[in-house]
Write a protein that binds this ligand. Structure first.
Ligand code: BG6
Length: 488
């Protein structure tokens, strides 16, 4: 035990995203979003993340022709839209200081290209934020978390098109103007690197709509458009609301060499560098040389203007936000090695680590290495916006969930973050458990991959009472926050 305590200002919190919890997919003027097209497909959920995440025109057409919400997990979420008061009361009793969520773009601009925002959508977030304010909980807001209006995909081909970037900036400015006195931390794009792994959910890109183009080039162009939009939003916030901060948000998955063969070390280093390339752009303001070389080798040409590149250069992020769940190994030759995945990054299985049912390996020390890496690289405050365990939980007859495995996961990760603050001198703004209540999984659209501190009675097909039950992990986190944190 150590007596290390985080500073008073440290933001302990929980995190979620609109499309995974809100539901009410077609209420009060909300338009259909790309998340509303993701159906739970039991025959695919055991076959790895790729099969589940591939989106096609045919699937979109099927989504458009089906008005139900039952098997469309992200259409019903956990009905936060109608349960927000109850859920926020749970958060208040938990003792957290911050709640990270996103604002659903299609609730504010139902078609994305509407002239005026949907007032009922804005009203909903006013109600949510006022409720948070009542309990002294500060929201951290993501503006794009896998939920763009579907119309922007159908009409403009999503983030590939410059027009969509402009519509996004318009949406961002609308909500920033509305909520600037409540929100101090803005994240323009969740896990900006993630387009590479799941181009549909991150940027609305459906491969078969680009059959005459190099799809990799399409992905990098869409990503570039996101960088430009994020820089424009950063400029706007800095100029209009100088007390607020804007963060870069990346997926942080630690990559180890499979063994000490230097070729494996080099490969691990290259993969890490490739993933840091994206935060480099947002923190340093320019495309790093290694990325430019890769683009050239692949014959990828981006549509860029000198004004946009200057915008990116002049408007870098204030802090580095990231999600951390897992790590994975790599080898220059993977023949015969056991393959697994960590938050949709495919790699080699690490025999030193335990693994979840979804193949994600549990690695608290990897979090400390990530913190050291990111802080050494940027010397900017870090914000852990997602960390948690997806697991199958069991509700007992007396309404309890004994999730000791989740407590163990959180305890060990929080210990590493505290050690890192104390021993490595890393500056950390806050830490959010993913998630609040259970929610629909981003990658598999399952409810049974549960992350919450609060259980929600709902199954993969959308059957259940939506009743909430506090898990043992809820009481554990509450206790940790009450006692003042020490290295466990
Ligand atoms: C993060 C995403 O990468 O991983 C979240 O930002 C997601 O939206 C989380 O829920 C866990 O992934 P999954 O696929 O298990 O829900």
């Amino acid at each position: 035990m150590s007596d290390y305590k985080v500073p008073e200002s440290f933001l302990w919190g929980v995190a979620t995203s609109a499309n995974q919890v809100e539901g009410a997919w077609n209420e009060d003027g909300k338009g259909m979003s790309i998340a509303d097209c993701e159906r739970f497909e039991p025959e695919l959920s055991g076959k790895g993340y790729k099969a589940v995440n591939e989106m096609t025109t045919e699937k979109i057409e099927r989504a458009l022709s089906d008005n139900s919400s039952k098997s469309w997990g992200k259409r019903h979420g956990v009905d936060f839209y109608h349960h927000y008061k109850e859920d926020i009361a749970f958060l208040a009793a938990l003792g957290i200081k911050t709640f990270r969520t996103s604002i659903s773009w299609s609730r504010i601009y139902p078609n994305g290209d509407d002239k005026e925002p949907n007032k009922q959508g804005l009203d909903f977030y006013y109600r949510v934020f006022n409720e948070l304010k009542k309990h002294h909980i500060k929201p951290v807001i993501t503006l794009s978390h896998y939920e763009m209006p579907l119309n922007l995909l159908l009409k403009y081909n999503a983030w590939y098109d410059q027009a969509v970037k402009d519509y996004f900036v318009k949406f961002a400015k609308t909500v920033i103007d509305e909520f600037h006195d409540i929100v101090n931390y803005w994240i323009p794009i969740n896990e900006i690197d993630s387009i590479i792994r799941h181009p549909y959910s991150s940027a609305g890109l459906v491969k078969d709509r680009f059959s005459n183009k190099n799809f990799e080039e399409v992905i990098y162009q869409a990503m570039y458009n996101q960088f430009v939009a994020a820089a424009e939003i950063t400029r706007y916030v800095h100029e209009e609301y100088p007390n607020a901060k804007v963060g870069s948000m990346i997926t942080s998955t630690m990559i180890y060499p499979y063994n000490s063969d230097p070729r494996n070390s080099l490969k691990a280093r290259q993969i890490m560098r490739d993933s840091y390339n994206f935060s480099d752009i947002q923190l340093r303001g320019y495309y790093p040389p290694s990325l430019l070389i890769q683009l050239e080798k692949k014959n990828i040409h981006l549509n860029q203007t000198p004004e946009e590149l200057k915008l990116i250069r002049d408007n870098t992020a204030d802090f580095v936000a990231f999600s951390y769940y897992s790590s994975v190994c790599t080898a220059f030759d993977t023949t015969g090695l056991k393959i697994t995945n960590a938050n949709r990054t495919v790699g080699v299985f690490n025999k030193f680590l335990p693994t979840t049912e979804w193949g994600w390996q549990i690695d608290p020390v990897g979090l400390r290495i990530t913190l050291i890496d990111l802080y050494d690289r940027y010397q900017k405050p870090l914000f852990i916006l997602e960390n948690g365990l997806g697991a199958k939980d069991e509700l007992t007859e007396d309404g309890k969930v004994h999730d000791n495995y989740r407590i163990d996961y959180l305890k060990k990760h929080i210990a590493q973050l505290l050690i890192s603050m104390k021993e490595d001198g890393v500056d950390i703004i806050g830490y959010c458990v993913w998630g609040t209540t259970d929610m629909v999984s981003a990658s598999s659209t399952q409810m049974s991959k549960r992350y919450g501190l609060i259980y929600v009675d709902l199954d993969d097909q959308g059957n259940g009472s939506y009743k909430r039950y506090k898990k043992d992990s809820y009481y554990w986190y509450q206790n940790l926050l009450r006692q003042g944190t020490q290295i466990p």
